[in-house]
Design a protein around this ligand. Structure first.
Ligand code: SIN
Length: 178
């Protein structure tokens, strides 16, 4: 049997994994919540005007659903090299336990940007986060597109996330106001 490594994505890795995988499954990690608390200097913003992207924040009462990808051992090293580069702005690899929606569980790897990393922004009032997301642009595109893509991907997978959906709704309302 071929073996492999499960990589868990909860942000852009859900809708744009850009990695070779053998299989993917919706999975949940317990004790973590998804938050737009990480600054992005290299994808959705620039160093003097960072955007906001998601990281996982520890919370014993919460859990986060996303997409897990099974990467073959034969390509794991190259895959992690690529992901380390993509997630270089403050994210670190963590070992996590993944619970698959279809049943069963497995150990996996997730990229988390911990509090206090050099690009960390932390919490802010929702309207301030929305404004920052609406005005930020970086080499990977507009920050608002990241929020829209994430919201759309979560809906597609029937994943509920009030934090993401609230920011998305507020951004849409702000757009309506011009
Ligand atoms: C992830 O998607 O798992 C990490 C955060 C991101 O790249 O948006």
């Amino acid at each position: 049997m071929m073996s492999g490594v499960w990589v868990f994505g909860y942000g852009s890795l859900i809708w744009r994994p850009d990695i070779a995988f053998r299989e993917r499954r919706i999975a949940r990690v317990r004790g973590w919540k998804r938050r737009f608390w990480q600054g992005s200097h290299d994808h959705r913003g620039v160093p003097h005007a960072p955007g906001r992207v998601v990281t996982l924040v520890p919370d014993p009462d919460e859990s986060c659903e996303g997409m897990a990808y099974l990467v073959d051992d034969s390509v794991a090293e190259a895959t992690f090299e690529g992901l380390d580069h993509r997630e270089k702005n403050g994210y670190e690899r963590h070992a996590v336990r993944l619970e698959f929606r279809t049943g069963g569980a497995c150990d996996g790897v997730v990229y988390i940007a911990p509090a206090g990393n050099r690009a960390w922004l932390g919490p802010a009032p929702e309207d301030a986060m929305v404004e920052q997301i609406r005005r930020s642009v970086g080499p990977s595109g507009a920050n608002i597109e990241y929020l829209r893509e994430l919201g759309a991907a979560l809906r597609e997978l029937a994943i509920d996330d009030p934090h993401v959906f609230t920011l998305e709704r507020m951004a849409l309302e702000a757009e309506g106001r011009g």
